[in-house]
Design a protein around this ligand. Structure first.
Ligand code: F6R
Length: 259
């Protein structure tokens, strides 16, 4: 795992967005895996800026989102469909038919989740997957105990995740308890992974996931098995890592080799 530590959320977002932009330029029909939540917002703002100012072209890009809350229709203001429209899709030139966000309402979730996996395969697999991380180490909504071999499926959210999400809903009873989420194995299939985390609330999850043993209790730790994962952190999210000096040293050396 490559660990990149930046001075602020703003700086790490610009650095991560630069990697996404470079991937889109290198492969205009990139298959991009997307996340919601507060972590990728800075990346999305920078991608929108690059689209407007430098003409970064998303017209051939295909996107697949990680997850959606069960019970929320695409036009629900707190749905991840709405989040993606508001924070990214409506500001760039990605065709709507190339964007995929799991549905939150289905008559047959098992069949639907299988079809989501099939759509990812039919698109050629995910080239670059963006991730945030939950305080409990979840990626997507793969909560502690999720099989590291899991695929897209219905998942029961933990009390902590429900509590973390409650701020977005007017009444506690409205907060969804289930999600449709890509599985850990779905995420590990991506050719490249970029995970972003900021703030001290994420420090423990980052330490467990980056330096702890691989365990389904911290599903992000499965990324240690992935050959091309970069973790972008601010100092607060990085503060419980034990190898900080080494991570900085690696980045310094890399800059010298390719300034
Ligand atoms: C969102 C997702 C989640 C979030 C995580 C962190 O699509 O898959 O894993 O990335 O809950 O959320 P924030 O970024 O809001 O702290």
């Amino acid at each position: 795992m490559r660990v990149v530590i930046k001075d602020s959320y703003q700086i790490l977002s610009v650095a991560a967005a630069a990697e996404v932009a470079q991937a889109v330029r290198a492969k205009p029909n990139l298959v991009l895996g997307l996340a919601t939540g507060s972590s990728p917002l800075g990346i999305y703002q920078e991608l929108i800026r690059l689209h407007r100012v430098e003409g970064l072209d998303f017209s051939q890009v295909t996107t697949f989102n990680l997850d959606e809350y069960v019970g929320l229709a695409p036009d629900h203001p707190q749905s991840y469909h709405a989040f993606m429209r508001e924070h990214l899709f409506q500001h760039i030139n990605v065709p709507a038919e190339r964007t995929h966000v799991p549905v939150g309402i289905s008559e047959d979730y098992v069949a639907y989740c299988r079809s989501y996996e099939e759509q990812i395969c039919a698109a050629g697999g995910i080239d670059l997957q963006l991730l945030g991380i939950g305080r409990d180490g979840h990626i997507g909504f793969n909560e502690p105990g999720s099989s590291l071999g899991s695929r897209t499926r219905l998942k029961t959210l933990t009390a902590q995740t429900i509590e973390d999400n409650a701020r977005f809903f007017d009444h506690p009873e409205e907060v969804p308890r289930f999600a449709v989420t890509m599985g850990v194995a779905t995420i590990l299939d991506a050719r490249r992974v970029l995970l972003v985390a900021s703030g001290k609330k994420k420090a423990k999850a980052i330490a467990r996931s980056v330096e702890g043993p691989i365990s389904s209790m911290w599903t992000a730790s499965a990324l240690q098995l992935h050959a091309d994962t970069t973790v972008f952190l601010d100092h607060k999210a990085a503060r419980k890592l034990t190898q900080l000096e080494y991570y900085h040293w690696i980045e310094q050396q890399a800059a010298e080799v390719s300034p």
